[in-house]
Design a protein around this ligand. Structure first.
Ligand SMILES: Cc1ncc(C[n+]2csc(CCOP(=O)(O)OP(=O)(O)O)c2C)c(N)n1
Ligand SMILES: [Mg+2]
Length: 196
């Protein structure tokens, strides 16, 4: 864990809230577990796709969408455990270099959703992995001011971009994703596809 002298650490919900204020019409893919639950509670919208159940799949979905909808900026909200499970996706993104993909990782150094078992993101710097894989913009932040500054910059820049946000282990009291997958897919396609 980074020491307290390096700035006040946010909860994931606080960091996510700051990002959600900056999102306008961008499609947003959110990883399974509490990140999706918190996003639904903070700002549910038709352009949100909640990955329910499948760990490690979020960035790949974001990549596919970014490649098929080059005129849109696609945002991915991921977790450290999710990224570690499918690290090869970082290489695919780094190699294909979609300019319109912003990959945000809320790194709490645990599998928070299943009871805070430690992940290896404490030892393996995922931002350095992303940089080595070929992401164009890579930043590691923890304070609200920096989160806002870098995310705004990434939304306006050519990517792929990778924003690693160190967050604490606090979980928001948030219900399970209520919308059925088929209905969620329908409403997502209605706003995000040129051919719904
Ligand atoms: C293949 C697979 N293994 C395990 C799980 C159980 N599981 C759901 S969320 C989660 C933790 C995800 O960790 P992270 O991406 O860091 O998100 P956090 O919960 O910390 O916000 C786990 C282990 C799952 N859904 N799928
Ligand atoms: Mg985690």
């Amino acid at each position: 864990m980074i020491g307290p002298e390096e700035g006040v650490m946010q909860s994931r919900a606080q960091a996510m809230g700051a990002l959600l204020e900056l999102i306008t019409d961008q499609p947003l893919i959110i990883c399974n577990g509490f990140p999706s639950r918190e996003a639904q509670k903070l700002r549910d919208r038709d352009a949100n796709f909640y990955m329910i159940g499948s760990m490690g799949a979020t960035a790949g979905i974001g990549l596919g969408l970014a490649l098929s909808q080059p005129e849109k900026t696609v945002v991915v909200f991921d977790g450290d455990g999710n990224v570690l499970m499918s690290m090869g996706t970082l290489a695919t993104i780094g190699a294909l270099k979609p300019k319109n993909l912003v990959h945000v990782v809320f790194d709490n150094e645990v599998y928070g959703t299943t009871g805070n078992q430690p992940t290896y993101s404490r030892l393996v710097n995922l931002d350095k992995v992303a940089k080595a894989a070929g992401y164009v913009n890579v930043e590691r932040v923890r304070e609200r001011e920096d989160i806002v500054y870098e995310f705004k910059d990434m939304l306006a820049s050519e990517g792929p971009s990778f924003l690693l946000i160190k967050v604490n282990e606090q979980i928001e009291d948030a219900d399970r994703v209520a919308i059925e997958p088929a209905e969620m897919t329908r409403r997502f396609k209605a706003v995000n596809s040129s051919n719904p």
